[in-house]
Design a protein around this ligand. Sequence first.
Ligand SMILES: [Zn+2]
Length: 183
Amino acid sequence: MSVKSVAKDAEEILLATDMIELGARLQVLQAETSLSYDRLARLYREIRGCSPPKGMLPFSVDWFMTWLPNIHSSLFYGVYKFLDTHTPAKKARALIEAYRLYLEQAITDAGNAADGPVLSFTRAWMLVRFFDSGMLQQSRCVTCAGEFVAHAHDPDHDFVCAICRPPPRAGKTRARQSAVCNP
Ligand SMILES: [Zn+2]
């Protein structure tokens, strides 16, 4: 059995700590680090003061296509892609940095910070995984030229985004979970 270096171990704990502080679920931490479940669960309890939530991750690609989530996801993914491509922050580090920048925008924008952001850290992580596995693409809006999250292979020569063409009910409903330990 190979022995992991102390430096590598410390690096993974720091990475997990950053992700927990941003609201990552345990499954995300398990995928991004090689730390054991028990250590991750302990770290989670130390930082959040409660046990990690159980249950499945949100798997739906369709969630990212609904009006408000699509706008937030598109904003986030644009930042992530830029950081991952053009800065030393790659992959999980790019995800963390991009999510911090997204939060700065989303919290001021939401008007009600207590509601929490539309896009949770775990959803942001799922989004990147969906892109990596080729299930999603960025489509350019013919009206505003912004790039938006769309299903892979959807024809996008006349794509119009959710900001330029909002649905009639846009902005009227915003169901939200609020518990700190239930991101
Ligand atoms: Zn547009």
